[in-house]
Design a protein around this ligand. Structure first.
Ligand code: FUC
Length: 794
């Protein structure tokens, strides 16, 4: 490509040095746009992510060379085919070792994680890492000359990224999107003068795999297998040039004199989520078929279908915090963010909330794996924590926004993933815990890893299965989907409950049922009955008994209820007023550890509530104050949710502002550090929890509204019971609430609206009958399809 290269910007050094930013004051296309006035140079901090769940891409926006890094979610090293992989499961049952640990714990009270890891941990072989597929490399020629009005943006309204700039009087624009309906990534290049586009497309492929590259028609294909495990991969890019000429060679496709060029990219692997082989069809036919279909469809319809699909999800929720979008680029808006008090700060907070929803739509759609620690985006051969599925907080946090922010479809990959873990999870229950049912420990991967690792502070978490089962029941509570409850949720919940019915032991000190060995994630010693272990089992048993009752499985319901009655509930107020992290009063009030696991009962559990268990809510508050407002990104995000559940809007907002100030990268990705996407999702869920809660069988309107959000509106949030809720507020109080019901039945509403005269407007045939008036709480009778608007009286 010498001709192309000769035309690059004079020095061809750091590309951004050639770039003159967009003039100051050029406002973003909408308040829901992240935008920057230069190309990205740092993948992690500056790249802009697009994705369709299975595929991801990072938009760097280089002027002469645009390297579009791409991912396919199933491209993992490790697992079957990788030497020595054994699902993390012992060849011989290690139940005796667990029983011995239980006996020792009963005598000694606590055992260090180092000793326990020596006794029970296992070396991990062939676990693998999430891989990059490589890069689509776009080399672009243009007449030499200064670049002006450069702008790179991610438009959350339409689900597209764009780059545009002017050079020598020609405006060049690129648009990038990842289509879920067509399973492709599309890049569109245009210029505002005819025949101005000239360049080349090639594929850069990482070293750790075999490859064959060939051009065919106007398409470039690359395929091969990972060296580590033989997983087959294939990718193809079709180049469609309007009014131009194309030239092919083995390295790439050149285009010249084109008015517009569209790149259509498809990829796949032979991964299948089926134990024990985890292999399916060769990806070739699928990649070919997706390219054929997308090329035949053409850019305009691809774009329209993508936007329709994306907006059907994204548009469900609107959040207006009475902000005013800054005219500055997003990195500078973030740097200028102070405490959430200014209209620009509020606009950033609303953008950040919606960005979490954008990221979930982009990294978790049916048909692929769930969002991992980095969603679907990774450029490293050995990403942090393998970019895997950690299940002592992280994977769960990824899905906290799914139901409440009206994206239940995005949870489909989580349920598919957990369902597929049944066989190794059953082996783990049997061979580690000596139990029926299923479980998982700290972490998993696409290869059914259900065993133990040996890292002392993080190898043991057999409550993880029970925690994941909560997501199934929550999906039912939000949607009321009876078929899902019966066919999907209940079997998983029952299996998790079965495991704990078998694995709990009696604590001789007080006769309660307890978890042992028990570990409060990544903190302190092993002991008997740590609070989080007990609270998770309490949550599981409560949900499973409810579901069993509903489904008529009376025998199992009675067994679970009997165990629940004997279960240590994991709630104790300690010597300094704190909620105890362990059964013993061992908490250190100067300890600021990032995990606040023993508040599981407050969130995402529903065991603690300021209304029903005020003494434990008070203790949770003492604990949170002592733990402080710092921590990793995900830790801050969790604290937003905790403070929201404690009905302290100002403190929840303080945590949101801490997250934006100290744990957010210029591209608004959450940073642990390093980049870890859970904090984005946790914060989005937390903002929703500040505005609406429903865990206690009532719709609590604006439960934790901070002073900084004096007036605003939110539409489309979802609540348990199948409700959609819009809220408008001013001067810190709700003025109008719309509730749309999908089921017949009572709906309890808690709102300060009832403090003063109010009116009710009913739409449709349904009746809304006030009853049981009780201060700020009213119970109404709703009908499926009914829409009810409660307004402050004029
Ligand atoms: C848990 C956390 C770490 C990190 C890791 C991926 O182990 O304790 O902070 O987020 O997951």
């Amino acid at each position: 490509m010498p001709g192309v290269r000769a035309l690059v910007c004079a020095a061809a050094l750091a590309l951004s040095s050639c770039v003159t930013p967009a003039p100051r004051g050029s406002a973003p296309a909408s308040a829901l746009t992240l935008w920057y006035d230069r190309p990205a140079t740092d993948w992690e901090r500056e790249g802009l992510p697009i994705g369709n769940g299975a595929l991801g891409a990072m938009i760097m926006g280089g002027v002469e060379t645009d390297r579009i890094q791409v991912n396919e979610k199933t491209l993992w090293t490790g697992g079957p085919g990788s030497a020595g992989y054994d699902f993390g499961l012992p060849a011989h049952a290690m139940v005796d070792a667990v029983r011995a640990a239980q006996r020792d714990l009963a005598q000694r009270g606590r055992i260090s994680p180092e000793e326990m890891a020596q006794r029970l941990g296992r070396p991990v072989v062939g676990y693998g890492d999430y891989q990059s597929l490589g890069e689509i490399v776009l080399s672009l020629a243009a007449p030499a000359g200064a670049i002006v009005e450069y702008r790179r943006e991610l438009d959350l309204e339409h689900g597209v990224a764009r780059v545009s700039f002017v050079r020598e009087g020609v405006r060049y624009t690129r648009e990038y999107f990842a289509s879920y309906p067509d399973h492709v990534i599309v890049v569109r290049l245009i210029a505002d003068k005819p025949h101005a586009l000239r360049g080349a497309v090639s594929l850069a492929i990482p070293d750790n795999r075999s490859r064959t590259v060939h051009a065919e028609g106007a398409r470039l294909f690359a395929s091969g297998a990972l060296n580590d495990n033989g997983l087959k991969w294939e990718e193809g890019v079709a180049v469609v040039a309007e009014a131009g000429i194309l030239d092919l060679d083995a390295d790439g496709i050149e285009f010249a004199s084109a008015d517009a060029v569209t790149l259509i990219f498809a990829a796949g692997t032979d991964y299948a989520p089926v134990y024990p082989a985890y292999r399916g069809a060769d990806p070739h036919a699928g990649v070919q078929a997706r390219l054929d279909a997308a090329v035949a469809k053409g850019y305009r319809r691809l774009r329209a279908d993508h936007e329709a699909d994306y907006r059907a999800l994204f548009d469900r929720v609107r959040l207006d915090l009475s902000g005013a979008a800054s005219p500055l680029p997003t990195d500078r808006v973030l740097a200028a963010y102070s405490d959430g008090a200014s209209p620009q700060d509020r606009a950033l907070e609303a953008l950040y909330f919606q960005y979490g929803r954008y990221l979930l739509i982009s990294s978790s759609r049916a048909g692929s794996l769930p969002a991992n620690l980095q969603g679907v985006w990774n450029h490293a051969e050995h990403p942090p924590w393998n970019a895997d599925y950690h299940v002592n907080i992280n994977l769960q946090m990824n899905y906290w926004p799914a139901e409440i922010t009206a994206l239940p479809e995005t949870a489909a990959p989580l349920f598919d993933f957990v369902d597929a873990l049944a066989p190794p999870g059953q082996r783990a229950a049997r061979d580690i815990m000596g139990a029926r049912g299923w479980t998982l420990s700290l972490n998993s991967n696409p290869w059914g890893f259900a065993g133990l690792i040996s890292w002392p502070t993080a190898f043991w978490q057999p409550e993880a299965g029970a925690w994941l089962a909560q997501h199934y029941y929550e999906h039912y509570r939000f949607t009321g989907d009876e078929a899902f409850l019966r066919a999907r949720a209940y079997p998983v919940m029952k299996g998790a409950a079965q495991m704990w019915l078998d694995a709990l032991i009696t604590d001789p000190r007080d006769g309660t049922l307890v978890v042992s060995p028990s570990f409060s994630p990544e903190h302190g010693d092993f002991s008997v009955g740590a609070s989080m272990s007990q609270q998770i089992v309490f949550d599981l048993f409560t949900n499973t008994a409810e579901a069993a009752d509903h489904l008529g499985d009376a025998a199992f319901r009675d067994r679970v209820r009997a165990a629940l009655a004997r279960l240590d509930p994991g709630l104790r107020v300690g010597s300094w007023g704190q909620l105890q992290e362990w059964k013993g009063d061992w908490d250190d009030r100067s300890d600021e550890h990032r995990h606040v696991s023993h508040l599981f009962a407050l969130h995402p559990g529903r065991q603690i509530s300021p209304f029903t268990t005020p003494q434990f809510a008070d203790a949770a508050r003492v604990t949170l104050r002592a733990r402080g407002d710092g921590g990793t990104g995900w830790s801050k995000a969790w604290k937003i949710n905790f403070w929201a559940r404690l009905l302290d809007g100002d403190h929840a907002h303080l945590m949101l502002s801490q997250q934006l100030r100290a744990s957010t990268l210029p591209n608004l990705w959450d940073t642990h550090p390093p980049f870890q996407i859970d904090g984005n999702f946790g914060a989005t869920a937390g903002v929703a929890e500040m505005l609406l809660q429903s865990q206690n069988d009532e719709l609590h309107i604006l439960p934790a509204l901070p002073r900084a959000w004096a007036s605003g509106a939110v539409t489309g949030l979802r609540a348990r019971g199948g409700f959609t809720v819009d809220i408008r507020w001013s001067s810190g109080a709700a003025t109008e609430v719309m509730i749309a019901a999908t089921q017949d039945g009572p709906v309890a509403v808690r709102s300060t609206l009832f403090d003063a005269p109010f009116t009710i407007e009913q739409a449709g045939a349904a009746a809304l009958v006030a009853s049981n008036g009780d201060g700020e709480r009213r119970v109404f009778q709703a009908r499926a399809g009914g829409r009810y608007i409660i307004r402050r009286a004029p």
